[in-house]
Design a protein. Structure first.
Length: 73
């Protein structure tokens, strides 16, 4: 994670998702799950897709999205 301190700016953050980290492009307290649209606090963000630049609320949501994107129901 970038040296930015999560939670220091209100609102939605904008991130660049990297392989094992992310870069804060616009400070904020949360991002939205690409599937559920639920808020994910930056300190709780664990699941994302580098290729699609999407964040996911939890492992199940991430897996289901991966299956959908890769034609594996």
């Amino acid at each position: 994670m970038d040296t930015f301190t999560p939670g220091s700016q209100p609102g939605e953050a904008r991130l660049r998702y990297l392989d094992a980290d992310f870069e804060v492009l616009k400070p904020g307290r949360f991002v939205l799950c690409a599937v559920t649209r639920k808020r994910i606090a930056l300190e709780d963000l664990r699941y994302w897709n580098v290729d699609t630049q999407e964040a996911y609320f939890d492992a199940e949501t991430a897996l289901n999205r991966w299956k959908l994107l890769n034609g594996r129901d």
